[in-house]
Design a protein around this ligand. Structure first.
Ligand code: PMP
Length: 339
């Protein structure tokens, strides 16, 4: 394990006075980029991780929640005080609940039975109403998450469905925010970009911006979990929260643009969870499983890339939400993921 040089703390009183934000919405985006030291030891290239858990709702989904709500308000699809109804594994729900609270929209979240307890409690704390759906139910089944969300929305006059898997404001949030931030933060030195694929909004929007900014030089890599079909495998059980797809058993996300991605890599669950634990233990970065997936992929990419490359990986959320899963030896053993 590599020891990491930690600078001395700043002298109290010498930091510039912090400005005052109108609301926490102003804190969305401009997340930090941190260089890995221990996990990338011996590699010929830099691996940088973008910490999306630093958004106020704790994930990259704050970006799309803000952009989807503002775009719908501007388009006249979401009237003042109207209810927002969305089916989500959790993070988009947290982003919507947070922005909904700030903008005066009640929020109903349709979620999976296995949502972590922490995420459920955060949603309730932001005042969202929760409804459980069956994530394995087919599109024609009333318990299917999207069918259930549609039915709930049909019962609430004036309600609006963001449909994050089909909403252009999702990839657009990353094209306008995440991509330019990475380009600026690396001074244009980024050569490879890695993001785990859920709706595909992050990899498509950020990837498209970085390609354009670099005149096609940046290579874009989608990180895919075991059990997902993005990499061409048959659908199976997905053990990494918030990512992967069961297509063609389920729908194809319109927010994922395969043309924006050069390559998709599928990573074994054990490697994903080992990487999550190493990030915490060696880099002091407490991150979620999809961050482990992206970082494990980025480390492989960095080991094969020309020396001196700069590989940037997105860490979509933090580890606090997974203390009873990714960081619980009992859960890991039950899932066959302990070491
Ligand atoms: N990680 C987590 C924890 C997520 O919730 C999501 C979004 N579903 C992603 C990664 C993937 O991001 P995107 O939807 O932009 O592909």
């Amino acid at each position: 394990m590599t020891m990491i040089d930690v600078p001395p703390p700043p002298t109290p009183g010498t930091a510039p006075a912090a400005g005052v934000c109108d609301s926490v919405a102003e804190l969305i985006g401009n997340t930090p980029l941190v260089q890995l030291r221990s996990l990338s030891d011996g590699l010929p290239s830099r691996v940088l991780v973008k910490l999306e858990n630093r958004n106020p709702g704790g994930s990259s989904k704050d970006r799309i929640a803000l952009n989807m709500i503002r775009s719908a308000e501007a388009a006249g699809d979401l009237a003042p005080g109207a209810t927002i109804v969305e089916a989500t594994s959790g993070n988009t729900g947290i982003g919507l609940a947070l922005i909904g609270r700030l903008t005066g929209h009640p929020v109903v979240i349709v979620h999976a039975a296995d949502i972590s307890d922490e995420k459920r409690k955060v949603l309730l704390a932001y005042g969202a109403r929760l409804v459980e759906a069956d994530w394995d139910a087919g599109p024609d089944d009333a318990a299917n998450p999207r069918a259930l969300a549609d039915a709930i929305a049909a019962d609430i006059p004036g309600s609006w469905r963001p449909t994050q898997f089909a909403n252009r404001a999702n990839p657009e949030a990353h094209y306008r925010g995440t991509g330019p931030e990475i380009w600026r933060q690396t001074g244009g030195a980024v050569t490879h970009f890695v993001a785990s694929i859920g709706t595909g909004g992050t990899v498509s929007g950020t990837g498209r911006y970085l390609r354009e900014a670099s005149a096609g030089a940046v290579r874009v890599i989608g990180a895919n979990p075991q059990g997902s079909t993005y990499g061409g495998d048959l659908p199976g059980r997905i053990l990494v929260d918030g990512v992967g797809t069961a297509w063609p058993r389920d729908f194809w996300p319109q927010t994922f643009d395969p043309a924006a991605v050069d390559e998709i890599r599928t990573i074994d669950d054990r490697e994903v969870y080992r990487t999550v634990r190493r990030l915490a233990a060696e880099e002091a970065l407490l991150l979620g499983p999809s961050s482990g997936l992206a970082v494990a992929t980025a480390l492989r990419v960095a080991s094969e890339a020309p020396a001196g490359s700069t590989v940037v990986a997105i860490a979509p959320d933090g580890g606090i939400n997974y203390l009873t899963k990714a960081f619980d030896p009992v859960w890991l053993d039950a899932a066959g993921l302990g070491d």
